[in-house]
Write a protein of this length. Structure first.
Length: 148
């Protein structure tokens, strides 16, 4: 099992970013507009914990499907998994994101994940995931800029 740890400080209040994270089916609200991976459409199954968002990206036949595993509203923790046909050789993926307040009025998103990948594709999977985290951070920075 490979573990990744990442965090990013965002210049927007925790409540704003949390509201976007827990609106799980509306990833397009914060996904960067000029991202190299463009979302074509999102299909949603269910609601609340257990819901799945199928993200169809331009140029890719299969969606990336993420399941909302749990929300801890009191501690600002979200857990999710990639399920179904997984990209980049992923065999298993689960992540935990937590928002904490910063003294400057912003917040920190700490993102811890673990994954297993097909033999020989571990680096590809890691780069895919780190790239997705980078786009997530860019998107939230864009939200912070619009709240200034």
């Amino acid at each position: 099992m490979v573990q990744l740890h990442s965090y990013h400080d965002i210049g927007a209040p925790r409540e704003i970013i949390w509201g976007l994270l827990i609106d799980f089916g509306n990833i397009e609200a914060w996904w960067p507009k000029n991202a190299p991976v463009e979302i074509e459409r999102i299909d949603i199954e269910g609601s609340g914990a257990g819901m799945i968002r199928h993200m169809y990206n331009v140029g890719f036949e299969d969606p990336v499907s993420e399941r909302l595993d749990s929300l801890d509203l009191e501690n600002y923790i979200i857990k999710l998994s990639i399920i179904g046909d997984r990209p980049a050789g992923l065999l298993y993926y689960q992540a935990r994101g937590q928002l904490t307040e910063l003294n400057n009025g912003g917040c920190r998103l700490t993102y811890d994940s673990e994954f297993m990948a097909e033999e020989g594709r571990e680096d590809e999977a890691k780069e895919f995931l780190l790239g997705a985290y980078g786009l997530m951070y860019i998107g939230f920075d864009g939200i912070a800029e619009s709240t200034e």
